[in-house]
Ligand binder design. Structure first.
Ligand code: RB5
Length: 151
């Protein structure tokens, strides 16, 4: 599995902690940035990782900003992306089991390194259960087909 990773300036410190989880699990990833604390715009990173996942180049994505909200909103504007903001492990697990989430977003101003790492572990451990949940995810795809305009 390859994971595309990015954060804005507010998320960089938590992101670096989360990379230790990926290292420990020997998961292949690319950290696209940001690489310092200079102020940067979260939509840039959400769109970038969204495109990396939607294209199939990366199987999943990991995003961090101050709250996880802005960067996930941006990623979710890319067709095929189901990015979820999680502040606890239950939602992270269920977002994989039921929603086939393909990007996890975390808020560095919301969760610390310990909880953030546990959320990431839970998300990585969980699988999509398919069946009735596949029908519902297909309904989300149908909404995209109706509402997203090709550029
Ligand atoms: C940056 O100050 C902050 O707005 C951003 O990291 C994020 O929390 C936005 O949703």
């Amino acid at each position: 599995m390859k994971i595309a990773v990015a954060s804005d300036h507010a998320g960089i410190d938590l992101k670096l902690e989360l990379l230790k989880v990926l290292d420990a699990r020997k998961i292949d990833y690319t950290d696209f940035g940001t690489h310092d604390h200079a102020s940067t715009d979260y939509p840039t990173w959400g769109e970038l990782v969204g495109n990396k996942v939607a294209s199939g180049e990366f199987e999943k994505g990991l995003l961090v900003c101050g709250t996880g909200v802005g960067i996930s909103l941006a990623a979710n504007k890319v067709r095929g992306i189901r990015a979820v903001v999680c502040s606890e492990t239950y939602t992270a697990t269920l977002s994989r089991n039921h929603n086939d989430s393909n990007i996890l977003a975390l808020g560095a101003r919301v969760v610390g390194a310990g909880l953030g790492s546990a959320i990431l572990e839970a998300w990585l451990d969980a699988e999509f259960e398919g069946e009735r949940h596949l029908r519902r995810v297909d309904m989300i795809r149908a909404i995209e087909e109706k509402n997203f305009k090709d550029v």
